[in-house]
Design a protein around this ligand. Structure first.
Ligand SMILES: Nc1nc2c(ncn2[C@@H]2O[C@H](COP(=O)(O)OP(=O)(O)OP(=O)(O)O)[C@@H](O)[C@H]2O)c(=O)[nH]1
Ligand SMILES: [Mg+2]
Length: 336
């Protein structure tokens, strides 16, 4: 596929990529549909486009007091864990991967949870499953809202840590509950997963980042203890394309970004994405999108519905995306 694209795609232009699909009839590739090629090229170009679009913007950074306060405490607690459950947002598994996590965990046993599995397509899910399987990483797809995957997670955590009590018995000690720490970026669904597993609302959960502010131990039956933790982000996010994805997916505090800027970028993404495209945007808002200037689109929507308030217009588009009004759309695909 990559070889085809090499011959097929025209030059990359400043301001993103330009694909001249009028050329498509001049070539014919057996067994490769135009839609598949378009989609492939969209994913290949997305990060380069995002880099170009985010460069002039104020950097997105969010490191509120409660993260600064609990990060060190969490790092110390991680040393006591038998197993760590790292939760990521299935729409952006790379952008929700903390650059220091592996360092903090050392050779501690880890389970990777891709939560919000209901918010991605089966193709996305299969692609990530293959990607992580190749890396030898144990992945559980879960839904913290409805509970799918949580029983498996509980079972897996206990199974991975079973060696702890084998060692204790050998030393003549009584068995103790397995300790599992739940860690991850804000708003990815950590507390919801615990509540679903316990079938009780033991940990506060709500649709905004920064709800859990302190570490909290809860017990699941006689043999598993779970540590809920506040969402942790790096103090400085160096990759601003990742930061924009966090903003679009509501995984970073709202005060860290300009909602109009982020909404404009989302319009550009959606209008270029073959599975959405400007037709779907037109159908929903009755405004033409061209894939290059999301800001004009937002301004038009602001005049049409919000008395010229572009923040409100941008927020409408962001919340439509988050509610799946354009279909469930992931913002990342595994690197090839
Ligand atoms: N659609 C969907 N929503 C989910 C899923 N898991 C959690 N949610 C929702 O996402 C929101 C955030 O969930 P939380 O459990 O508070 O997330 P958290 O990771 O604990 O967030 P912080 O404590 O802020 O770090 C809640 O409104 C949940 O109902 C899921 O798998 N799918
Ligand atoms: Mg929480």
């Amino acid at each position: 596929m990559q070889i085809f694209l090499f011959f097929f795609l025209p030059t990359q232009v400043a301001g993103g990529t330009s694909i001249d699909w009028t050329q498509k009839d001049r070539f014919s590739f057996p067994n490769v549909s135009t839609d598949a090629l378009q989609e492939e090229s969209f994913w290949e170009n997305l990060d380069a486009d995002l880099q170009y679009w985010t460069r002039p913007l104020r950097p997105v950074q969010w490191y509120p007091g409660h993260i600064a306060k609990t990060e060190k405490e969490l790092r110390n607690q991680l040393k006591l864990m038998d197993v760590v459950i790292e939760v990521r947002d299935a729409r952006i598994p790379l952008a929700t991967s903390h650059p220091k996590m592996d360092l903090w965990l050392g050779n501690r046993k880890k389970i990777l949870v891709l939560n919000r599995e209901d918010m991605i397509s089966t193709d996305d899910r299969n692609a990530w499953a293959t990607f992580f399987a190749k890396q030898g990483v144990q992945v559980v797809f879960a839904n913290g809202q409805l509970g799918m995957g949580t029983m498996k997670l509980g079972r897996l955590a206990k199974a991975l840590a079973s060696g702890v009590n084998v060692k204790r018995r050998a030393k003549g000690l009584l068995p103790r509950p397995v300790r599992a720490g739940i860690v991850g970026y804000p708003n990815v669904g950590k507390s919801s997963l615990i509540n679903r597993l316990l079938k009780r609302r033991m940990c506060p959960a709500a649709p905004r980042p920064g709800v859990t502010r302190e570490l909290k131990w809860v017990r699941f039956g006689r043999d598993l203890e779970l540590l809920d933790s506040p969402g942790i982000l790096p103090m400085r996010i160096s990759d601003q394309t990742a930061a924009i994805k966090l903003a679009i997916c509501d995984d970073i505090g709202e005060r860290s970004y300009d909602v109009a800027d982020v909404g404009a970028i989302l319009v550009q993404i959606l209008s270029r994405l073959p599975t959405v495209g400007s037709d779907a945007l037109y159908k929903r808002y009755k405004i033409d999108a061209d894939g290059y200037c999301g800001k004009i689109f937002i301004d038009k929507l602001a005049l049409q519905l919000f008395n010229g308030d572009s923040s409100q217009a941008a927020f409408r588009i962001l919340s439509d995306y988050r509610k799946g009004k354009f279909g469930w759309i992931a913002l990342e695909r595994p690197p090839i």
